[in-house]
Write a protein that binds this ligand. Structure first.
Ligand code: GDD
Length: 318
């Protein structure tokens, strides 16, 4: 199998590249000249084929797809941070929708009728979820609460439309929150872990800045998430949509407490108003029966192990 990963230098992309190499798959990945490379170890960099491609440029995307002729595309590249989408909604919406459109058009026009395209949709699409709707099934109404979520609803619906209109083998995965080593420092578990590591090193006062601790989220380890992406491409039904979740939820307060339990430092917790959002998704708790029944995926890595690995990742870096 020849696989093309968009966003290979990113958090999930780098973990997926490692998994596919272990499976002896030929890996190609798109990057931009300014993409930071530190998520890809030198060993991985030697084994993959990096292609410079600006996904907003339909000519560049067409050229990449025509040249690589992938059997599978994992479309992970995106503006993925919810708060950024409040600041520049146009950029998030343009970027996330147009890049995917360019990929779909290129696969269609190149005539790659057998190519599978996994698209990284999101639990954020469910948005305003009521307590009586959890655990959330794929059939739940989508009530997006941020420009980012709107962009993901659009990607999701575009996946459905290209499957129905042209028979493109699109597999829509709605990943719930995922974290682990290499997670960007702006996301919740990573910003907390990095601050704890900085406090341990004495480069930050023993005070941690936080946002809304009342939100509830369903966290998967990123290494389980990318395994779900891979298994979906092998076994999921094109046109269909699948939750990637654990069927468990924790409050952000609990997440913070579990990280704080991993350090012997005494740390004060301070709300930073800049970390609060115009609206926050109150609860995400996903039912993943469809994915388990169809592809045989189950989460494997316990969340405490994920948090420990994440904190150790930051301890080695700050
Ligand atoms: N980032 C951040 N920083 N979030 C905080 C903080 C903080 O200091 N304090 C509390 N939170 C809360 C947020 O308000 C939110 O309720 C929750 O922690 C998770 O925030 P993020 O880690 O930024 O992730 P997200 O839930 O907004 O979105 C992530 O998950 C989606 C899937 O559900 C991203 O990975 C998205 O790309 C992904 O689609």
């Amino acid at each position: 199998m020849k696989a093309l990963i968009t966003g290979i230098t990113g958090f999930a992309g780098s973990h997926l590249a490692e998994l596919l190499l272990e499976e002896n798959i030929e890996v190609f990945g798109t990057m931009r000249p300014r993409s930071p490379m530190e998520n890809l170890t030198s060993g991985v960099q030697k084994q993959i084929n990096l292609v410079e491609c600006e996904l907003r440029d339909n000519v560049a995307v067409r050229h990449t797809i025509k040249t690589v002729k992938p059997d599978a595309v994992f479309h992970l590249a995106a503006q993925s941070f919810v708060p950024t989408s409040w600041g520049s909604p146009e950029d998030t919406i343009m970027n996330n929708i147009i890049c995917q459109l360019n990929i779909f058009e290129a696969v269609k026009d190149t005539g790659l009728t057998d190519t599978k395209i996994q698209i990284a949709c999101s639990s954020e699409e469910y948005g305003m979820v009521y307590e009586n709707e959890v655990p959330i099934r794929e059939t739940n109404p989508l009530r997006p609460l941020s420009p980012y979520a709107v962009s993901k609803v659009s990607q999701d619906m575009m996946g459905y439309q290209y499957f129905m209109s042209y028979g493109l083998n699109v597999i829509r995965t709605r990943a719930f929150n995922h974290t682990g080593p290499r997670r960007g420092e702006i996301f919740v578990a990573s910003t907390f872990a990095k601050q704890i590591a900085s406090i341990e090193k004495g480069i930050q006062e023993p005070s941690i800045k936080v946002g809304n601790l009342g939100a509830k989220r369903d966290f998967t380890d990123v290494r389980d998430t990318v395994r779900a992406y891979y298994m979906s491409v092998l076994k999921a039904e094109p046109g269909e949509v699948y939750n990637i979740a654990t069927n468990k939820t924790i409050t952000i307060q609990e997440l913070l407490d579990r990280l704080l339990a991993l350090t012997d430092k005494d740390i004060e917790v301070k709300t930073d108003p800049a970390r609060l959002r115009p609206s926050d998704v109150p609860i995400l708790l996903g039912n993943y029966d469809r994915l388990r029944d169809r592809v045989g995926w189950e989460p494997r890595i316990p969340f405490d192990k994920t948090l420990e690995d994440l904190l150790n990742y930051w301890r080695e870096r700050v």
